[in-house]
Design a protein. Structure first.
Length: 253
């Protein structure tokens, strides 16, 4: 099997081990295919090499149904990291908390949005007044305004289109920040940066696991996390989008 080796001499402790744990946990769901881990070391990880091809509607539909199956495999709690991994996890190169929490809103606001606000302000990508708006939305979320009775889903956690590879055998997922969360968060991130045949993916997903009423209106709520991450390090445009998503979240209530 051809391999792809990623290395990082300055990798913090557990950087590649957390990635490997997430990939293996997602693979155990027997849903969406994930890249196979071949070797792991403190400063490197070896993965199967995926030969990419042009996306097709058929592959998109297969992926949508498979992603629903992955989410359905579940997690022990919101924020729960992959089994065998303790401590925080990484999204890209940024550390984020992974502490089990029984309520989704409390987890999402405190562990997925708020940790990135001060860095975004310090980077000059989010104004102090904008941060105040986002914190108001976080308070509403943490109080349970959007909690439901859905159990924790097994999330990829960084499901933007760059982590969705289209191969001859179908979609293969890479680079997760896997944890227990709300299924709509993965779908909202997939929509944020665009994905080929997204409508086909969502339709097939909905056939496999019907989405709750109003999920489209809740997309800004679930995009707060990736927008906060990007506002922390990728420019003020993301800070503006984050504030807009927060205002739309507040309007939902």
């Amino acid at each position: 099997m051809e391999r792809l080796v990623k290395s990082r001499d300055d990798a913090p402790a557990g950087f590649f081990a957390a990635e490997a744990a997430g990939l293996r946990w997602l693979a155990e769901a027997d849903g969406a295919r994930v890249v196979e881990v071949l070797e792991i070391a403190p400063t490197r990880i070896a993965l199967e090499r995926v030969e990419t091809v042009r996306p097709t509607p058929e592959a998109a539909e297969e992926f949508g149904a498979a992603l629903a199956a992955t989410h359905d495999a579940g997690a022990a709690a919101f924020g729960d990291p992959p089994p065998g991994w303790t401590g925080d996890i990484f999204i890209g190169r940024r550390l984020q908390p992974a502490r089990p929490e029984p309520r989704w809103g409390a987890f999402y606001a405190v562990q997925r949005v708020e940790p990135f606000l001060d860095p975004a302000v310090a980077a000059g990508n989010l104004t102090a007044s904008g941060a105040t708006v986002v914190r108001r939305a976080c308070a509403l979320i943490a109080a349970g305004a959007f909690d439901d009775d859905a159990p924790p889903a097994r999330l990829h956690g960084d499901l933007w289109s760059g982590n969705v590879l289209w191969s001859r055998e179908g979609v293969v997922l890479i680079d997760p920040a896997a944890h227990g969360g709300h299924r709509e968060t993965d779908l909202a991130m997939l929509a944020l940066f665009g994905c080929p045949f997204l409508d086909r993916i969502l339709e097939a997903y909905d056939r496999r696991h019907p989405l709750r009423h109003g999920w489209r209106e809740r997309v800004p709520l679930h995009q707060l996390h990736p927008l906060a991450v990007h506002a922390a390090g990728h420019g003020p445009a993301y800070g503006d989008e984050l504030v807009d998503a927060a205002e739309r979240t507040l309007a939902l209530a």
